[in-house]
Design a protein around this ligand. Structure first.
Ligand SMILES: [Fe+2]
Ligand SMILES: [Fe+2]
Length: 231
């Protein structure tokens, strides 16, 4: 039994928005996933997909992309990315009902992997795309979701907690954030994030051990389409 993570598949089987235009290891990335994952991930293993699954603008446009993910081996847990327009944060339970037994959609709460709780929320990093008051709102809401997920896991008795954020834990180039303050205060030791794709963004945020927390970037192109073994 093993736990793997990767993010930013950015599938577009119905949305006609191929990532091939980015060149490099984005070219044919879907086939790389199809070829590589079954050799690594077994039916007893768990794969956390850390957001930005699909370019589809609604569930209908995402069906083929979600089917692609369903066809990957193991248990699949999806967390929410900024481009996942099909996933209304208020209706996560609907998605879980619809894909019961096939995919798990995780946000602001925890999933159980062995004796470890997996807590996930989207997070937020200010990349200059939102006005200041909106930045404040988005950070505040995501911080609450993070705190809520950790609190639920701790209340249920989980001491081992891994946090999955879609966005990096800090704004680009920063060392600290409201999120890192919270993670440190809560005694979290492992954080996995995605979103930073394209070489110029690989080092936007924290990596390795920073103030007692191990940070890993798992954007697919950064990982060259090889999932990170987390546990
Ligand atoms: Fe992305
Ligand atoms: Fe993203």
């Amino acid at each position: 039994m093993a736990l793997y993570a990767i993010g930013d598949l950015h599938l577009s089987f119905a949305a006609d928005k191929s990532m091939d235009v980015w060149g490099g290891n984005w070219v044919g990335h879907e086939q790389k996933v199809r070829d590589t994952f079954p050799g690594m991930i077994g039916s007893d293993d768990t794969l956390v997909l850390v957001g930005d699954h699909s370019w589809g603008r609604n569930l209908k446009e995402c069906e083929a992309d979600l089917q692609f993910i369903m066809d990957l081996p193991g248990r699949k847990i999806l967390t929410r990315g900024n481009h996942d327009l099909f996933w209304d944060s208020r209706h996560t339970s609907k998605l879980n009902k619809l894909y019961k037994g096939k995919l798990e959609f995780l946000q602001g709460r925890y999933a159980v992997y062995g004796t470890t709780a997996l807590v996930a929320t989207k997070g937020y990093a200010d990349e200059g795309n939102d006005p200041p008051e909106r930045v404040f709102q988005l950070k505040d809401r995501e911080l609450m979701r993070l705190q809520d997920g950790i609190r639920k896991a701790k209340t249920a008795g989980y001491g081992d907690i891994i946090v999955f954020l879609h966005y990096p834990p800090t704004d680009p180039g920063q060392e600290t954030s409201l999120f890192t303050d919270c993670l440190e205060k809560e005694g979290i030791h492992r954080v996995i994030y995605a979103h930073c794709h394209g070489e110029e963004h690989f080092h936007d945020s924290l990596m390795g051990n920073v103030r007692g927390i191990e940070y890993d970037l798992v954007s697919g192109d950064y990982r060259n389409w090889v999932p990170l073994r987390v546990l």
